[in-house]
Design a protein around this ligand. Structure first.
Ligand code: CMP
Length: 139
């Protein structure tokens, strides 16, 4: 597998709990290169647009409310096989089912408030990266 990039979010729960630094440290300790990073407070329209693929799901309203309750930290991460590597470091979507030592186990509370997000495939990584970053912001 060659060098790949993925898109990551430190969600509002982890930011407000003061876990941003610990999550960034784990990212670097696990060999990712942070190619871009920004902290923003999403509007409801922005959060809804980002998660548009889930708009018919029953939890969509709750998801948008949560993602707009405070700032998030967005990143582009680079590593060999980055999409899978970042998902492995995050752990299962539901922190109750996540493996010990994973970020969602350590810092998430439940399936809705689960501390981090990561792209699940190359096409979603491309969409999500372009949603938050221009080409000028990668370095
Ligand atoms: P994420 O990886 O950001 O992608 C979509 C998010 O929807 C997911 O993490 C969860 O936080 C959230 N989600 C998925 N299923 C549910 C659910 N049943 N109830 C509430 N939120 C959910």
């Amino acid at each position: 597998m060659s060098l790949q990039s993925t898109f990551a979010i430190i969600k509002p729960d982890a930011v407000s709990d003061g876990n941003t630094g610990k999550i960034i440290a784990a990212i670097e300790e696990n060999g990712f290169r942070i190619a871009a990073m920004k902290k923003i407070h999403l509007s409801q329209a922005q959060a809804g647009g980002f998660y548009a693929v889930h708009k018919e799901r029953p939890f969509f309203g709750e998801l948008v409310e949560f993602m707009t309750e405070g700032p998030v930290v967005c990143m582009i991460l680079e590593k060999e096989d980055a999409i899978k590597a970042w998902r492995d470091l995050m752990g299962a979507t539901n922190p109750e089912q996540a493996a010990e030592g994973t970020l969602r186990k350590l810092y998430g509370a439940n399936i809705g408030r689960n501390a981090t997000h990561g792209s699940d495939a190359e096409d979603t990584a491309a969409f999500e990266t372009a949603f938050f970053f221009s080409n000028l912001e990668h370095c």
